[in-house]
Write a protein of this length. Structure first.
Length: 609
């Protein structure tokens, strides 16, 4: 009896030691490929979320939870929990990038551990679970979610979805009230992190059915799911609460990123339903190919990197349909050996919110969107490994070596991919190489080259973007600024007018057109352009100042002073403006205002008093 008891304790201690060792191993595997990214800059969408977002400058949660998440941009995002983590980052260390990257990495480590815990429970196989979690930890497709700060939404949503999912399948029978409330809270937190986390509910429902059916094969689906009715009522309440809060904050219910998604961002926004569905099937195959062979990774797939599938006879649609049907048939044929049908259904459920089939989202394809669905893919790999694991020790060693080689290859590819995200320049240069047919990729690279003082190379990138689509107002306007700086005013004017043809509400194009007209002495046309610019965007100090100059040339000093005052209020450091305005005030007999302006100017240390 004593011997049996001691043997029992020894067995439990050995199991505990193995479990703790596995956690440590997984943390090391997940951290290692991302250590070289901790020193990367904040790039691309990171800047809009951190540096430019006024919401993150305070730790007061009320404005964050009761407003759209990017108030400075025409985007309908509502991700308050994600935004609040950026506020915490900014309060702790300002805009130092390492803190943002470190928190993202910690979330990825936690998600890798959750994938392992889920895989162990769903596969009921230690080796299969470890393989699934290890692949999730190092897969290169996750770089876009883990490395840039903007991937935080996917990391957070995945963390809460996986946590709620794990709690819901333990135990599989009726859940206690406390556990149900925790699951509901995690689901709510997931939705507040990113709207696509709504998949947690169907994922839990699908898992409930699979788990309960396994225990009671004679019961109907309705009888099985009645045992979990309270949980699903609670999840339904969470969804209603989320939409209510979202409506209060944004005035709408839409999941899509941009209020009016332009074809330049997502070509599927301008096509009919059959073409949208056909293209989505092709995009699904592209996602699967990147999961299987993650070599050609890109930060951009916008127009026209993925051309629309326009007909039922398109070879891409036929290929995608054939491959997907073959994969589905293989899963069904293997149903007695591994739960491949279940994991395949999980993958499809997780993919649907990002597929552009149910609702149009802000992009046709993005690797960061695969962060959660890739967990189901990793479960499939783990299930296959467990199913085909050899029984002979010699072959087990060979199988382990093959898997280790695969993981090592993924780890190296991830490390190399991290380098592309080191800075704006490296990212946009890499994106042009991997997405040469994306107009946006060329535009972004051209904008960065312009910032780096390389106007000729920038102009070549803008022209490359416009060769892909002439309907790109930002590219026309940017190219116009290059021509204006070169004093090629006719070509600059043509580009600004092309920008306004495509977007008549583009304030910067109106301002730049006004400056071009001003420099060619077409003052009345220039005045009209500047007035239109400040109507659209009153913050354009240069437009106000030039309107002042035009009024001053005509001897309208009162109007000139009013325009100059507006420019000065917007930008007190506008070169020479304060001094000139003070002189005009004195000339107009407004000495007290002139003295007040000089004192204010001196206080700001722009010019001597």
């Amino acid at each position: 009896m004593t011997r049996t008891y001691l043997t029992d304790i020894a067995g439990r201690d050995a199991e505990s030691l193995r479990a703790h060792g596995t956690w440590v191993l997984l943390i090391a595997i997940a951290a290692l490929p991302y250590l070289n990214a901790l020193g990367n800059d904040l790039v691309y969408d990171d800047l809009a979320l951190t540096a430019e977002n006024t919401l993150v400058r305070s730790l007061d949660p009320i404005p964050i939870f009761l407003a759209p998440s990017l108030p400075e941009h025409d985007i309908e995002w509502y991700r308050p929990l994600t935004i609040y983590t950026f506020a915490l980052n900014r309060a702790a260390h300002g805009l130092e990038p390492v803190g943002y990257h470190a928190l993202n990495l910690l979330l990825h480590l936690a998600n890798a551990l959750l994938v392992f815990a889920l895989a162990r429970r769903l596969l009921d196989n230690f080796a299969g679970g470890l393989i699934a979690a290890s692949l999730f930890a190092v897969h290169p497709i996750h770089v876009e979610a883990v490395v840039p700060a903007s991937g935080r939404a996917d990391l957070l949503a995945t963390f809460f979805v996986l946590s709620a999912w794990l709690l819901s399948i333990r135990p599989v029978e009726k859940l206690s009230f406390d556990r149900t409330m925790v699951i509901g809270s995690l689901f709510f937190a997931a939705l507040l992190s990113k709207e696509s986390a709504i998949v947690a509910w169907p994922v839990i429902l699908l898992t409930d059915f699979a788990q309960l059916q396994k225990k009671a094969k004679s019961e109907s689906a309705f009888d099985l799911l009645k045992k979990r009715a309270f949980l699903h009522l609670a999840l339904a309440g969470v969804v209603l609460s989320y939409f209510g809060l979202r409506y209060v904050a944004t005035g709408g219910f839409l999941f899509a990123g941009e209020v009016a998604i332009r074809p330049i961002e997502n070509p599927l926004s301008g096509v009919d339903l059959p073409a949208r569905l056909a293209t989505s099937i092709w995009v699904l195959l592209k996602y699967l190919s990147l999961l299987v062979v993650p070599l050609r990774l890109s930060a951009d797939y916008s127009y026209n990197q993925i051309p629309i599938v326009g007909s039922a006879g398109d070879p891409r649609l036929l290929l995608a349909t054939g491959v997907l049907l073959s994969v589905g048939a293989a899963a069904v044929l293997r149903r007695h050996h591994a739960p491949l049908v279940y994991f395949s259904l999980l993958f499809v459920v997780m993919w649907l919110p990002i597929s552009n089939t149910i609702v149009i989202i802000g992009t046709i394809m993005a690797e960061r969107l695969m962060y959660l669905p890739s967990a189901a893919f990793c479960f499939i790999v783990g299930a296959l490994a467990a199913s085909f694991w050899p029984s002979r020790p010699r072959f087990q060693v060979l199988a382990a070596a093959a898997i280790a080689t695969l993981l090592a290859a993924c780890l190296v590819r991830t490390i190399l991919r991290n380098r592309d995200w080191r800075s704006q320049e490296t990212l946009f240069a890499a994106t042009v190489r991997t997405a040469p047919q994306s107009a946006k990729a060329h535009f972004n690279y051209g904008t960065e080259l312009l910032e780096l003082g390389q106007p000729s190379r920038a102009a070549a990138e803008f022209e490359a973007a416009l060769s892909i689509t002439d309907r790109y107002p930002e590219a026309h306007s940017a190219l116009g600024t290059v021509f204006m700086d070169k004093n090629d005013l006719p070509r600059a004017e043509a580009e600004f007018r092309a920008a306004l043809r495509d977007d008549p509400a583009m304030a910067t194009a109106w301002a730049n057109l006004g400056m071009t007209l001003f420099r060619t002495d077409r003052h009345e046309e220039a005045r009209h352009a500047f007035r239109r610019a400040v109507e659209l965007r009153p913050q354009l100090d240069l437009a106000w100042a030039t309107l002042g100059a035009l009024a001053e040339r005509e001897g309208k000093l009162r109007a000139a002073i009013d325009y100059y005052w507006k420019a000065y209020d917007l930008n007190p450091n506008f070169e020479g403006l304060g001094t000139h305005l003070a002189s005009l005030l004195k000339e107009s007999g407004r000495d007290s205002e002139a003295q007040r302006l000089r004192r204010d100017h001196a206080r700001r240390k722009s010019v001597p008093e």
